[in-house]
Design a protein around this ligand. Structure first.
Ligand SMILES: [Zn+2]
Length: 214
């Protein structure tokens, strides 16, 4: 059971690693914004910035969040995805990781149209943000959010830990089993099987199971 969970975690980690590496490569020339609704008024926003930055946002109090995926060539949200403006209540930055919590302004779009993505930045400038945009403006949503932003290297390194550990463990295990087999010991538990019967008296593994491919 535990092994199965570890396997699943490892697979998930490996898949995440592939996705992150893909976005990292794309971030050489473009920005991607992926919006995944997580509830009636909450949404998860993943941003891969052109220039190698990754940003995770959890946004709440957003009326009717929708899913979406935008791409653009800009370094920020002005050409890709829902451009957001921060009024951070708390913010800290350490070791190249930036954490923020506070209010955001997002273009909400007309009802039924979803989130505005094109020229959202120009719209924000035209509306004189910050200062003139008020809560209740139909085109914009005042929402709450948490954000973590860093270079891609951190999440990629984190996602790589499990798959690498798994690979190393497999390698170590294979070497140990080969050595035990060569020395005439049980491959599972290391019990000395020289002159002993068909299966290991210690753990019950049979001769057939003892076979270790070279
Ligand atoms: Zn054994």
């Amino acid at each position: 059971m535990l092994k199965r969970l570890a396997q699943l975690a490892c697979l998930f980690s490996a898949a995440l690693l592939v996705v992150l590496l893909g976005f990292r490569v794309c971030s050489l020339w473009r920005t991607d914004v992926v919006l995944i609704p997580t509830g009636r008024e909450s949404v998860f926003m993943f941003t891969s910035h052109r220039g190698g930055w990754v940003e995770l946002d959890l946004i709440t109090e957003w009326p009717g969040p929708r899913g979406g995926w935008w791409t653009g060539g800009a370094r920020d949200h002005d050409e890709a995805g829902p451009f957001k403006l921060w009024a951070a209540h708390r913010s800290m930055s350490r070791y190249g990781v930036c954490l923020r919590e506070g209010q955001l302004v997002l273009p909400q779009g007309a009802p039924g149209e979803g989130v505005i993505c094109e020229d959202a930045y120009q719209q924000a400038v035209q509306r004189g943000y910050p200062g003139m945009m008020t809560n209740g403006d139909p085109g914009w949503a005042m929402v709450r959010g948490w954000e973590i932003k860093s270079r891609f290297a951190y999440p990629i390194a984190l996602a790589a830990i499990l798959p690498i550990a798994w690979g190393v463990a497999r390698r170590v295990n294979a070497v140990r089993r080969r050595r035990r087999s060569r020395d005439g010991c049980c491959v599972e538990c290391g019990y000395d099987l020289r002159g002993s019967s068909a299966c290991c008296p210690e753990c019950g593994v049979t001769r057939v199971q003892q076979h270790v491919p070279p």
